[in-house]
Design a protein around this ligand. Structure first.
Ligand code: NAD
Ligand code: UPG
Length: 430
């Protein structure tokens, strides 16, 4: 099929390259000329395992990019993969999505064929039909359900494994209200589903598809917070939380993934999506207490980590090594990283902070230029009064003799990754 994708960030680029790989003819539309040039040169504008290879293979053939929305008129289906950040107060900020919908509508107005517009972005229920579709219809002069059809296809890929997640999904959710939109979505996904050995395909309504995405992220975030709550109780009883959580994970009704207790969840999705669905629920008169509690537990974990530190070291004037700045291992993304509240609290307490991350140092430096940075964990630990382990990078599990160079070998581990050993004062958060 001929597909256009508006927005070529983490999601837009990944799905474009993967759709091209399963045989579709894809055009990416982005306002960023650098991104467009990079894609047309066969280079992925973002770093994801396997993506460079796919972009290099399909650029100039099944995959091309442009800044010109007119390209949509040569396609049958357009996916909107634009950012939907949170405003102050958590509400979803639809300004970029609305602007993209206006440009899309204006371009479609120049065509006399019908078109299917699919929301790929994470949006709160009713956004596709209540906000996006009316804008596209008004700008194009098309009529929803007649020559303009809309759908919603939430995305569940994770950063760091975006290509393999997209090409091997646990499920595919196709939200549509008309046969034309449903058929188009099936046409797009059939080759992928076939190649992925038939994962479940859920055909549902548009608002249900929108809500499935929030339910998925809300549940996973709350699952981690519940694991943290349980681990915090374990710690008060001096019970090994890892033994407890791995045992409950064997119950197939609980399942072991996302029971990793520690300093909490961050990233570009969980915080903003949980905030957005809480704000949306309050807007329709419902107080989602479990989701609110999930946020509260998450916000408390970095505070608890610093409490552990204070049991051994007064942060005022102490040199504190912060190991791990990315929001999770395998990425240089620092959005809502747990290192952020920790560095801010340490700065306020007057600590002399030295940060280290295998790949995220430049991004963190851009936001916090005034702290020190080391180019290895060993260099960060050298002379430090304490170390906080914030991201579970595998290399931190191998640290050993490096702790001997600390001024005082206090290690407070927010991810239970460092091995307890002779010669260090080891404290685990959970
Ligand atoms: N990043 C993830 O892991 C992930 C996973 C699932 C769902 N999502 C959701 O997907 C959506 C997109 O997220 P992302 O991480 O890909 O965003 P992103 O910020 O990485 O990319 C967005 C792209 O849109 C482009 N853009 C901005 N305004 C535009 C306009 N008017 N016209 C055309 N292009 C424009 C930007 O230049 C950028 O390249 C969000 O709703 C997000 O919540 C993200
Ligand atoms: O057991 C765990 C698992 C994860 N995390 C933390 O949770 C956050 C999110 O991790 P992860 O889900 O792996 O990363 P994302 O790339 O943010 O992916 C999430 O957000 C995406 C955007 O919506 C969704 O598409 C994915 O399905 C969803 O997993 C990170 O800070 C992790 O450190 C834990 O603390 N404990």
């Amino acid at each position: 099929m001929r597909i256009s994708i508006v927005g070529s960030g983490y999601v837009g680029t990944t799905i474009a390259a993967c759709f091209a790989d399963v045989g579709h003819d894809v055009v990416n539309i982005d306002i960023d000329e650098g991104i467009v040039a990079s894609l047309n040169d066969g280079q992925s504008p973002i770093h994801e395992p396997g993506l460079d290879e796919l972009v290099a293979e399909h650029a100039g053939e099944g995959l091309r990019a442009t800044t010109d929305y007119a390209a949509v008129t040569d396609t049958e289906v357009t996916f909107l993969a634009l950012p939907t950040p949170a405003e102050d107060g958590g509400h979803i900020d639809l300004s970029v999505t609305k602007s993209g919908a206006r440009s899309l509508g204006a371009a479609l107005g120049e065509s006399d064929t019908d078109h299917v517009v699919v929301t790929k972005s994470t949006v709160v229920p009713t956004t596709t039909e209540g906000t996006i579709a009316p804008i596209v219809a008004e700008e194009s002069g098309m009529s929803v359900g007649d020559d303009l059809h809309v759908g919603m296809n939430p995305e569940f890929l994770r950063e760091g494994s975006a290509v393999s997640d997209f090409l091997g999904p646990d499920k595919v959710v196709l939200g549509a209200e008309t046969d034309r939109a449903r058929e188009a979505l099936r046409g797009v996904f059939d080759p992928l589903v076939e190649r992925a050995s038939d994962p479940p395909v859920i055909e549902t309504g548009i608002a249900e598809a929108e809500m499935i995405k929030y339910a998925n992220n809300g549940f996973l975030a709350a699952k981690i917070s519940l694991a943290n709550d349980i681990a915090n109780v374990c710690r008060e009883y001096d019970v090994d939380s890892e033994a407890v959580l791995s045992a409950i994970g064997l119950d197939h009704r609980i399942e072991s993934e996302f029971l990793g207790a520690g300093v909490g969840w961050g990233g570009s999705c969980f915080p903003k999506d949980v905030a957005a669905i809480i704000a949306a629920a309050r807007g329709v008169g419902y107080e989602p207490m479990m989701l609110e509690a999930a946020v509260e537990v998450n916000d408390r974990q970095p505070v608890r980590l610093l409490d552990r530190l204070r049991e051994y070291v007064d942060p005022a004037g102490a040199r504190v090594a912060v190991l791990g700045l990315a929001f999770k291992p395998g990425t240089d993304d620092i959005r809502n990283s747990r290192a952020i509240p920790l560095v801010e609290a340490l700065s306020e307490a007057g600590s002399d902070i030295v940060g280290y991350d295998p790949v995220a140092t430049d991004n963190f430096h851009g936001r916090y230029p005034d702290i020190d940075y080391a180019d290895s964990a060993a260099a960060a630990l050298d002379g430090a009064d304490a170390a906080l382990v914030v991201t579970d990078w595998p290399e931190f599990a191998d640290l050993n003799g490096e702790f001997d160079a600390m001024a005082t070998p206090v290690v407070v581990d927010g991810r239970r990754i460092v091995t307890r050993r002779e010669g260090i004062v080891y404290e685990s958060l959970v």
